[in-house]
Structure formats: structure tokens, C-alpha cells
Design a binder for this molecule. Sequence first.
Ligand SMILES: Cc1cc2nc3c(=O)[nH]c(=O)nc-3n(C[C@H](O)[C@H](O)[C@H](O)COP(=O)(O)OP(=O)(O)OC[C@H]3O[C@@H](n4cnc5c(N)ncnc54)[C@H](O)[C@@H]3O)c2cc1C
Length: 213
Amino acid sequence: MVAPLGSTARTQLRRGAELAADDVAELYALLDEGLLAHVGIADARQPFVLPCAYARDGERLLLHGSSGSRLFRALAAGMPACVTVTLLDGLVYARSVFHSSMNYRSAMLFGRASGVPDEDKESALRTIADHLMPGRWPEARPPSRKELAATLVVALSLDEASVKISRGLPDEAPEDAGWPAWAGVVPLRLVAGSPQSADPGPPPPCVLAARPT
Ligand SMILES: Cc1cc2nc3c(=O)[nH]c(=O)nc-3n(C[C@H](O)[C@H](O)[C@H](O)COP(=O)(O)OP(=O)(O)OC[C@H]3O[C@@H](n4cnc5c(N)ncnc54)[C@H](O)[C@@H]3O)c2cc1C
């Protein structure tokens, strides 16, 4: 079982503390729904934040990248990292510009990743593939030894995490109640479009069922 959300000094929400989720199940659900993480590291000169695919594997997050990637070499070497995953759920139209905002679920993870050992690499890559493209792994060509050698897979524990969730209608100032502007929420979600085939013939069922829907 991972540590409770927000249980360290740096994962305690200060701003908007009432939006903090305290149930680890919310973290798991968010990570299982998302596809894209932003991974931040800092060297002596400056921070870098890079978008990456990921998958949750129980109580850890798996990330994969080129063995030549600065980011992945740093992560595998245990450089401190901060990872965020954000699901954008809506545009919140308040009557004032000031109170207009977004609905979202977002997670922030802190820690030092470690490299997944060679003998576990293929199964970790399968976990990532199963998250991004469920059902695809048995159909696709498996990674070659050379491809595995060219890939770094790192794991980050979910032990130090926070989740912030903003949902619902605009939180307006009482004096804005009479302002003659529409107020409400426009829900947003990521949807899969129609598959575009590279070959003749229909896509297989796992592609037709592609998430997100
Ligand atoms: C889609 C989206 C859009 C946003 N747009 C804005 C914006 O335009 N302006 C703005 O001020 N804020 C925005 N936020 C909120 C923003 O992410 C911060 O929560 C907020 O700015 C407070 O920052 P802080 O450093 O004062 O947080 P603090 O409360 O001081 O942060 C302390 C700790 O709380 C946790 N935490 C803080 N924010 C988050 C988060 N979003 N998700 C998970 N854990 C968190 C982290 O562990 C962090 O280390 C947005 C959030 C999302 C997800």
C-alpha cells in the first residue's frame, strides 16, 4: 500500500487545499485514465519538463525512452524528479474573468526513479503498451534484443504524491450574481477519432476499441 496522499511537506496542498484528494484510489483512477505525463528534472542550470507516455504498474509509474535520452539517463541515475499527470475536464465560465477557471484532476509525484533491470524490461514495456493500446501487444512484432538495449525503462514509486481535483460550477463572488453574462461549464474530454489505415482492410478489434472513448 502506498503512503497516504499529501503526507509529506512538499505534497501538502496549500493553495486550494480543499481541492486535495486523500483517497489513493483517486490517484490510481486518474493515472489509469491518463495517457500523458510531464516529467520534470533540474540540472545545475535549470529545470526541464518533458512530456512522456507512462503506465501505472501497481504502486509505481513506468516510463520508457531512448537509452540516449538525457531525461531517461538522468532518471535511471536517480536524479530527483517531479511528474505530473493532468486530465482536463472542463472550461469554467464564471461571470467574471477573475473567477473563470478549469475543471481538472491532476496528480503530482515526487521521487527518484530507478532503472528497470534488463530481465524485467520486456514485461514493463508490455505494461506500458497495454495501458496505451490495450490488446495490441500480442499482435505487434515483439521488441528485438537490439531494441530492448536501446530502451531505458524506469520506475517511480507512487509513495509521495498529491492529487488535486477541481469540479463543478463556477465559484462566483456574490457581487457578480447580477452581471449579465452566461455562467457555467463546458465539459472537455479526449476522444479517439476514426482509425486511418496504413493497409487495406479493416482495423482489428483492439484498434476499433481504442481508448479513450
Ligand atoms: C489544468 C489545470 C490548470 C490550472 N490553471 C491554473 C492557473 O491558470 N493559475 C493558477 O494559479 N493555478 C492553476 N492551476 C492550479 C495549479 O496547478 C496550482 O495548484 C496552483 O497554482 C497553486 O500552486 P502552488 O505552487 O501555490 O501550490 P501549493 O499548494 O503551494 O503546492 C504544494 C503542493 O501541493 C501539491 N499540488 C499543488 N498543485 C497541484 C496540482 N495541480 N495537482 C496535484 N498536486 C498539486 C503538490 O504536491 C505541491 O508540491 C491549474 C491546475 C490544473 C490541473
